[in-house]
Design a protein around this ligand. Structure first.
Ligand code: GLP
Length: 242
């Protein structure tokens, strides 16, 4: 794991965006693994600015996203479909049919298998962006999830529901289930950039980098991936030994 400690969120966003922009310039038909949450918003803004100013084109890029809330369709402004359209896709020249976000509606029993079929067709991402939950989750793989997991439906933990309540009018509006790529599927990415800011993430970052590899802290599996860059601000890095 390579660790990069930055001053603040803006610097983290700039460093992460650089990896994505450089990849798309070098490989115009790259497959990008994308994430939601507040962490990647700054990076997405910079990718859009670069597209507008320098003409970096996404017309041959393909993307897939990590997760979606069960029960929310793409027109719901709390859905991750909506988030991706608003925060990234509509600012780029990427054809929407090249973008893939798991469906949160439809037959509950087949949602996961349907998304696995999409992922199989795309192959692993050339580059995957990840955030991290304060309990060490990646995507919506909560503590205790098998490292061998593929796409599955999960019951969100109370901690995650509380963390994500800030995006909703009330905590009761936060969906209780999500469909998420599994840990084995995420590990197929050729390269992974994980970003985190604020003291709220410090414990998870410490466990991920310095703790044992354990299903109790899902992100710790990244210690076994051959090419991971962790980009954090000083607060998220504050509990690290060195
Ligand atoms: C959600 C998402 C994760 C994300 C995490 C952290 O639970 N499913 O993919 O990494 O939140 O979000 P934030 O970046 O807002 O702290």
């Amino acid at each position: 794991m390579k660790l990069v400690v930055c001053k603040n969120y803006d610097e983290v966003s700039a460093k992460a965006a650089e990896y994505f922009i450089n990849l798309v310039k070098a490989k115009p038909n790259a497959v990008l693994g994308l994430a939601t949450g507040s962490s990647p918003i700054g990076m997405y803004k910079l990718m859009i600015a670069d597209h507008e100013q320098n003409g970096t084109s996404y017309k041959d890029v393909k993307t897939y996203n990590l997760d979606e809330y069960v029960g929310l369709d793409g027109s719901n402004n709390q859905s991750y479909h909506y988030f991706m359209n608003e925060n990234l896709f509509k600012g780029l020249d990427i054809p929407l049919e090249n973008t893939h976000v798991p469906s949160g509606i439809g037959n509950h029993d087949t949602l996961a298998a349907e998304y696995d079929a999409v992922l199989d067709e795309l192959g692993g991402a050339d580059l995957q962006i990840l955030g991290i939950g304060s309990n060490g989750h990646i995507a919506f793989n909560e503590p205790g999830t098998s490292f061998a997991s593929t796409t599955h439906i999960v019951d969100l933990t109370e901690e995650t529901i509380q963390d994500n309540a800030r995006f909703f009018d009330s905590i009761d509006d936060v969906p209780r289930e999500s469909v998420t790529m599994g840990i084995a599927s995420i590990m197929k990415a050729k390269k992974i950039v994980l970003i985190a800011t604020s003291a709220h993430k410090a414990e998870a970052i410490k466990g991920m980098i310095e703790g044992p590899v354990t299903e109790d802290l899902p992100a710790s599996i990244l210690q076994q991936h051959p090419d991971v860059v962790v980009i954090v601000d000083t607060e998220a890095a504050s509990l690290l030994d060195k």
